[in-house]
Write a protein that binds this ligand. Structure first.
Ligand code: M6R
Length: 607
């Protein structure tokens, strides 16, 4: 995750860019840079390390132009050196970038084939080079950006500055946030309203796929297809500026929409994006000779652990015991000598998880933890911390923390597979490549939130709802039921689809929606046959699938939620999103307090 600011103004931009960057430092701080146009001439100051290094560089040799862009970086492609610090420049173009350009290797070799030389190790440079090439060939900045954007795959936000053009700043968002703001004869761009707070309280949050051309006094927004669109101005509130909710009505939905960005930010810590391999050293765990892994967590974090069991066992042939922490702590489980116990927690303060950790420590286990809050007690009590980078999660219902936990666990499973000799290098590259595609697919799903709202409207009158899944999608069914229960207060249960006939099928009648998590994987036919059992009893079947238009389903569906086709490895990360959105919309339609549902607490610090 990186932070972006842009100003097209009428007084020196640099001090104000630096102020904006300070507010964005929480998004990354391993290098920073600014570029401005002074008398139309583009110049940059960049520094590695924290922002004060950039401030010193600016003080030593000031940039004075009134138009500029700034960036605080959290390195994904290329080391955090000055050379790789943004703004990245090529020809007449400078660009700042947050996110990942998935197809940068293909684009880079195309450009190198045409004789272009690359100065940096970043994926961002392909964007600068492509736009610069269009301009060299006679395009205006607006035409150049409009031509290049559709060629970029991934989830990202970009802001461009053009040498010799003092009237134009261009921003684009696809999967990563970008807001624009207006002042007196000035316009601004920023990763969030917090960055723009000293400049303005009037903002427009760009929507997915939007790009915007700014002048000093106006803006034109275009959507994904290039068609002009209008987006409303909003007044940011003081509270929103403490933790920015963007244009979302509550934190939970904001956090659902954060997922393309934070998943990318999380995996960028653990995989080398250029070689498409896992960074064994960042993942810290010694898997080669491990005989068994004990995983403990509560609630949603426990379901992440359940999903991980399928990954570790399949890809690394590593036996995994996964347990609810509140049960594990009392069952006096015998543990292997010198074994490894893995704890998963968003808050890092959950009392039951902490007690289970203590039990494992007392029984000679090495302790690894996947936590979101790195200063937490669980983190401090662990031998190895493998952080998620979800950012603060405010909504009581866990969403982005869950998918970031899955992301780390997926990386760990690949690392274990390699270390234990069960994955070849080619298989590692294939799995990592599919993981890199997750932010893009997740953004595709969140973009269809309105369709999922339509499905939610059809289920909110139900008294009971069943969620079914098989294999690694079974924990997703459990998570779907938990999400729906906790925020909409509709009774829901998750079951392994094959288990239905052993009892729960007695619940099915024509008033019971049955939500089936069914990607077209090796268990699809089996899940469909479980679905027929439900259909035969009149259940209202809602299928969440990547299967083509009712392909191979052979039964009448009550509704269908479509998910992009992807490698089965990443399915849990994708199928988590529709179940979150379904619960969210159901809760909003029922008028419950989505962010702070009754009887719950964000962090459960009591037994
Ligand atoms: O902070 P933790 O991840 O340890 O919390 C665990 C559970 O309390 C938490 O996941 C809870 O189930 C959520 N409310 C689920 O949305």
């Amino acid at each position: 995750m990186c932070g972006i600011v842009g100003i097209i103004g009428n007084k020196p931009a640099a001090p104000r860019l630096l102020e904006g960057l300070k507010r964005l430092e929480y998004r990354g701080y391993d290098s920073a840079g600014i570029a401005t146009l002074e008398n139309g001439h583009l110049d940059r100051r960049r520094a590695s390390g924290k922002l004060f290094n950039l401030e010193a560089a600016q003080e030593a040799d000031p940039l004075n132009g009134p138009i500029g862009i700034g960036h605080t970086r959290w390195a994904s492609h290329g080391a955090p050196t000055v050379k790789n610090a943004h703004p990245i420049a090529a020809g007449t173009v400078a660009v700042v970038h947050n996110g990942i350009i998935e197809n940068f290797l293909d684009l880079k070799s195309e450009l190198e084939g045409h004789g272009k030389i690359f100065d940096t190790d970043t994926d961002t440079e392909v964007v600068a080079q492509l736009v610069a090439r269009e301009i060299e060939n006679g395009a205006t900045p607006k035409q150049a950006v409009g031509t290049v954007l559709p060629r970029l795959e991934g989830a990202f936000a970009l802001v461009f500055l053009f040498d010799g053009d003092t009237q134009t700043l261009i921003g684009a968002r696809k999967g990563s946030p970008l807001a624009l703001g207006k002042g007196e004869g000035e316009m601004y761009l920023g990763s969030d309203a917090i960055a723009l707070a000293p400049l303005t309280s009037q903002v427009i949050y760009l929507e997915e796929g939007d790009w915007v051309v700014l002048s000093h006094t106006g803006h034109e927004i275009f959507d994904l297809t290039g068609a002009p669109v209008q987006r409303p101005w909003q007044q940011t509130s003081a509270y929103a500026l403490l933790i920015d909710k963007g244009n979302h009505r509550n934190f939970m939905v904001k956090e659902i929409f954060d997922q393309p960005e934070v998943i990318g930010h999380t995996f960028a810590n653990y995989i080398d994006l250029a070689s498409r391999t896992v960074k064994q050293d960042a993942l810290k765990v010694e898997f080669a000779n491990l005989e068994r892994l004990t995983v403990c967590a509560c609630g949603t974090a426990f379901y992440a652990g359940m999903a991980a069991k399928y990954w570790f066992e399949k890809y690394a042939r590593l036996p995994v015991d996964v347990d609810i922490a509140s049960e594990f702590r009392y069952r006096e489980a015998p543990l292997d000598k010198n074994g490894l116990a893995l704890f998963i927690s968003q808050s890092g303060e959950t009392a039951d998880t902490l007690a289970a950790l203590q039990y494992c420590r007392d029984n000679g286990q090495k302790i690894a933890s996947i936590v979101n809050v790195q200063e937490s007690t669980i983190a401090r009590d662990s031998d190895m911390i493998i952080p998620t980078f979800a950012g603060p999660e405010v909504g009581v219902a866990s969403t982005k923390a869950f998918t970031c936990q899955l992301t780390v666990l997926a990386c760990l499973a690949i690392a274990a597979g390699r270390a234990r000799g069960h994955l070849t290098s080619a298989q590692e590259i294939a799995l990592v490549s599919s993981l890199i595609g997750v932010p893009r697919h997740v953004a595709d799903i969140t973009n269809r939130s309105d369709e999922i709202e339509g499905v939610a409207k059809r289920i909110i009158t139900a008294r009971d709802i069943l969620f079914l899944g098989r294999g690694i999608n079974y924990p997703i069914a459990l998570e779907g039921a938990l999400k729906l229960k906790e925020i909409s207060y509709i009774h829901a249960e998750g079951y392994a689809a094959g288990e239905l006939k052993h009892g729960p099928i007695a619940l099915v009648d024509d008033n019971v929606p049955v939500i089936i998590v069914a990607p077209r994987d090796n268990l699809f036919e089996k899940t469909v046959s479980n679905m027929q059992e439900v259909a035969a009893r009149g259940g209202q079947i809602i299928m969440i699938t990547d299967a083509d238009e009712r392909e191979g389903i052979g039964t009448e569906l009550f509704d269908l939620i479509h998910v992009p086709k992807a490698d089965a490895f990443i399915n849990p990360l994708l199928y988590a999103i529709p179940v979150q959105l379904l619960a969210y919309h159901a809760a909003v339609l029922l008028g419950t307090d989505v962010d702070q549902p009754r009887n719950l607490a964000k962090s459960v610090t009591i037994e």
